[in-house]
Design a protein around this ligand. Sequence first.
Ligand code: KG4
Ligand code: ZN
Length: 330
Amino acid sequence: MKRILAIESSCDETACAIIDEEMNILSSVVTSQIDVHSRFGGVIPEIASRMHVEQISTIVNEAIMESGYSVDDMDAIAYTIGPGLIGSLHVGGIAAKTLAFFYNKPLIGVHHLKGHIFINELIKPLVYPMMALVVSGGHTELVYIRDEESFEIIGTTLDDAIGEAYDKVARVIGLPYPGGPKIDKLAKEGKKNYQLPTPKVDGLNFSFSGLKNATIQLVKKMESRAEEVNKADLSYAFQETALHVLVDKTKKALELYPCKQVVLAGGVACNSRLRELMTENIKDCDLILPPLKYCTDNATMIACAGMHYLKTGKFVDFDAPSMPSMSIED
Ligand code: KG4
Ligand code: ZN
């Protein structure tokens, strides 16, 4: 039975996981720096890399202990090679390279978003061609996946990522970082009260900065008139507008690129309303929603993607650089 140890450190989570080729999770340890970054209203890259340095050995040790195996029992070491914050990526990369060198194991560099996509295999086998709606703090992409080697971005955001828009709107109504989960929760108590403009972009691309700015302007206008902002209603209005765009574009993408399966991927895949809307709207295609626990950054997803590379023998050299702006098409 093949096994992989994987490390994820691209943003503000330090994580290590071990899985086997049947996708059994032997251990999965994640530590988040959210409490520290929330004091600043967002992730501070320099602090993130320092905290990864402080955490990485403990997290890797914990994952090894929890699995009941040793690094000698692994068939490869995988890590997130990009995209992400350069300093943060370096820390995970150096840890992975050190383990691979010391224990003489092959090294696998995984694209972070492929990790978010392949975690869906925990639910059921992936079938191609497949469409992925990737929605995270840094990305909003429709990815057409012809087979497990061929990824094509057919739609992307022209400005803010969806998670980023959630976090910025949340900040303006006084919710701490990351605001996405808080807006998700508040919106459940909200009703249709505020009108916000629906983003209009031709084709399969997205734009969220107009909606974000309109929401922020509405809050500022009410504040200047000493009117109280109903946070639940505002969350509802923002969320309904933003999520309908995501679902409509996914449906449009499926008309142009017929697929056998659709998967949701990335931190915003946690969103309860998005999961509901996707389930209601994606009817002619098999829809996979990732397990809630593995939507936000973790190393199990890097191990799942890494398992494919282990099977095809796609390894990287020890001098492979981290790639902060790596595209999923690379
Ligand atoms: O994938 P992820 O953990 O990190 C990146 O790779 O970016 O995604 C983090 C993003 C944050 O913007 C966070 O606010 C958002 O995912 N998020 C949510 C929810 N849970 C996390 N957004 C909306 N609703 C949620 N329930
Ligand atoms: Zn992510």
